[in-house]
Design a protein around this ligand. Structure first.
Ligand code: RB5
Length: 145
């Protein structure tokens, strides 16, 4: 599995921690920035990771800003993206099983590295259940048509 990861300055430190965890697990990571604590705009990174997910350069994405709110809103504006903002492991698992989320968002000022690592673990090890959930996610994409 290849994970694309991106953050703004508010999520930079957590991004680095999550990246280290994933690489330690032998998971390939493509880092779309940011590369420092210097102030940047989260939509730019949401877009980079979302595009990499849609063009299949990566299998799933992880986006982090201060709260996770702005960067998840930005990602969810892009058709085909189902970005789940999670602060707990149950939601992360359900976002995969019921919503087929292709990007996980977290808040670097909300969750610590320990919890965030468990959330990521739940997100990357859970699979979409399909069935009735497939019909529902298909309806999401036509809402903005
Ligand atoms: C940046 O200060 C902050 O607004 C951003 O990281 C994020 O929390 C927005 O939703």
């Amino acid at each position: 599995m290849i994970i694309g990861i991106g953050s703004d300055h508010g999520g930079y430190e957590l991004k680095e921690g999550i990246k280290e965890y994933l690489v330690g697990e032998g998971i390939q990571v493509v880092d779309f920035g940011t590369d420092s604590l210097e102030s940047v705009d989260y939509p730019d990174f949401a877009r980079k990771v979302a595009e990499a997910v849609l063009n299949k350069e990566v299998d799933r994405g992880i986006l982090i800003c201060g709260t996770g709110i702005g960067i998840s809103i930005a990602a969810n504006r892009i058709k085909g993206i189902r970005c789940a903002l999670c602060s707990d492991t149950f939601s992360a698992r359900m976002s995969r099983e019921h919503n087929d989320a292709n990007i996980l968002a977290m808040g670097g000022r909300v969750v610590g590295l320990g919890l965030a690592t468990d959330i990521v673990k739940a997100f990357i090890t859970s699979e979409f259940e399909g069935g009735r959930h497939e019909r529902r996610i298909n309806k999401i994409d036509v809402i903005s048509d």
